[in-house]
Design a protein around this ligand. Structure first.
Ligand SMILES: C[S@@+](CC[C@H](N)C(=O)[O-])C[C@H]1O[C@@H](n2cnc3c(N)ncnc32)[C@H](O)[C@@H]1O
Length: 347
């Protein structure tokens, strides 16, 4: 991820401090991107990841998050660890299952995981630590965590929820604690694979979850969802700086509202009577007087939806640095910040 290309910092809000892949004092190991297709194709490896997630959850429940990470935890943060020490803790077959599908490597007596396990408020996220910098990276950042909190605050009761533009599947997992059926969708196959893995290692006994590749919500049924959430790409094109193209997870269109507007429209189509949608967007004011968010709210009202709230993002999602970058790279935008648009289809 090139610094400065996007507005949000990555991975700053996990309970475990994210560590750089493959580095420890005096030791550097080159890692290659993990192939999630191979990991998902190995029931043994998925079961080891589930076991590691459960182990970590148990340790947090019994000892909290303050203590020094042990060898297993350091391994799940993608630090190189002594392979023998690790085997003694997790067993040789477990380590071998990860190595066989390319989720870990053992070199010169060092074991390195290529898939990190992050933990966020009880949710374990399987995150491809090393990714090809080709614009199709899987996103993990503060927006998802905020969306998770908003879903609990505003989510209508019911049994069916959709997480559009799911990324790692983090929010979908959180929703599975409340809704009986949860679908997680994304345009990027690698994001959907990450979400599948994340849903799998947090598997609930009672919720039916699924993840699929689709453009916005194409293929999901009209009028059956009690809750629809999305943190779509909302970064204005001008922020893709230095002639570089933006990443798929960030590029929201010229004002940053063009792509989110499609999510807003589709979310409205999916909602059941009484259902609620929560969509994160950039609320920008442009020097020609346009306020794309106001235009979207007017369109929603015209279609009979109720605007429940427009919630300003907390500093972890939209801070001073983001405002500075917006005014620097998009000078036609006179003001802007991220908000959550919450709207409801009347019963
Ligand atoms: C900012 S990330 C949010 C990921 C996740 N919801 C979270 O908050 O952690 C935006 C996501 O939108 C996805 N995306 C981009 N264009 C899309 C489209 N046309 N349809 C569906 N998903 C899309 C990206 O692949 C990325 O996963």
């Amino acid at each position: 991820m090139a610094p400065g290309r996007n507005l949000e910092a990555l991975g700053k809000n996990t309970e475990d401090p994210p560590e750089p892949a493959g580095e420890s004092p005096g030791r550097e190991v080159r890692v290659t991107p993990v192939e999630l297709r191979r990991v998902l194709g190995s029931p043994e490896a998925v079961s080891v990841l589930r076991w590691l997630a459960a182990r970590r959850r148990h340790r947090i429940a019994t000892a909290g998050t303050d203590g020094e990470p042990d060898v297993v935890e350091r391994f799940t943060y993608c630090e190189p660890v002594d392979a023998e020490e690790l085997r003694a803790e997790i067993s040789d077959p477990r380590l071998q299952a990860l190595v066989d599908c390319g989720a870990a490597v053992v070199i010169d007596g060092w074991a390195v995981a290529l898939l990190s396990l992050r933990y966020l408020r009880g949710v374990a996220i399987a995150y491809p630590q090393a990714q090809r910098p080709d614009g199709n990276e899987v996103y993990l950042g503060t927006g998802g965590f905020w969306l998770m909190q908003l879903a609990f605050r505003y989510g209508s009761p019911g049994d069916t929820a959709a997480d559009l533009a799911t990324g790692t599947g983090l929010v979908a997992v959180a929703l599975s604690a409340r809704y009986d059926r949860v679908v997680a969708v994304d345009l990027l196959p690698e994001a959907v694979r990450t979400a599948r893995l994340t849903l799998d290692i947090n598997a609930s006994q009672i919720t039916s979850t699924g993840a699929a590749v689709m453009d916005v919500a194409a293929g999901l049924r009209d009028g059956v969802f009690d809750l629809v959430v999305a943190n779509p790409p909302w970064v204005p094109d001008a922020i893709g700086t230095d002639g570089e193209n933006q990443t798929v997870y960030a590029a929201g269109g010229p004002t940053g509202m063009e792509l989110p507007a499609r999510f807003i429209e589709e979310a409205g189509r999916l909602l059941a009577p009484g259902g609620t949608a929560i969509i994160l967007v950039l609320d920008g004011t442009w020097d020609d007087g346009r306020r794309p968010l106001d235009e979207q709210c007017d369109l929603l009202r015209d279609r009979g939806f109720e605007i429940v709230d427009v919630v300003p993002a907390p500093p972890a999602v939209w801070g001073e640095a983001a405002t500075k970058r917006l005014t620097e790279y998009a000078p036609n935008c006179t003001a802007g910040s991220v908000v959550a648009l919450v709207f409801r289809r009347p019963c």
